[in-house]
Design a protein around this ligand. Sequence first.
Ligand code: PGA
Length: 251
Amino acid sequence: MRKRLVAGNWKMNTDMQDGYRLLKDILDGVREDELNACEVHVYAPFTHLKIFSNTLNGSGIGLGAQNCHQESVGAYTGEVSAEMLASVPVQHVLLGHSERRQYFNESNAVIAQKVDQALANGLKVIYCYGETLEERESNKHFEVVETQIREGLGHLSADQWSDITLAYEPVWAIGTGKTASAEQAQEIHAHSRDLISKMTNGDVANATRILYGGSVKPGNAGELFGMADIDGGLIGGAALNADSFKGIITA
Ligand code: PGA
């Protein structure tokens, strides 16, 4: 069965000292039986990755970056390649986050190239997708998420899907304190799983984890994670506090 996953997306938060302290608090607080039951990842700023990689080595907590560039190497000042990330080493990368789509104009086509770079360098991917409030209010949410999944991941072989986790994050629920109801999330997750089945096959669809993200907290995590097709969470704000992150892992 699908092992649950709780992933902390730190975004552009914490300097080196605060970040290290937070990581240590998470490391000290998460119990071994919890790590057996639930995978835990931290998606930290680029500057933190090397030290975090050393600190987390052998801990059972996975480490990821929040982005990588779509080209493999070259004159792209300020960018970081998937190969660089793999050499740190980190094991995971978050791609297609709505903040990347919105503020950095990342299209599905560019994200598809990033996915290829990540997989070619042995990284596992969390692929984020989700509709805006306007899209939901005009009843386009199913269509929007289907296009995001097809255009970002439709070119992958069934084998490549073993390195993909989806994260449904309705844009209107990110950092707003508004969570999708467990039923609203479940409805999209079931639809996404059905789509994966059509794009690949039933086995791949059953094995692929689909996380929910958007204002997940210790108080609402249990209900969300109790839904049939919700396999864990991608956590923003609540991942910046060791106690609330641990509370979500316990849930
Ligand atoms: P949030 O962010 O938990 O602060 O809503 C989630 C995310 O952006 O991944």
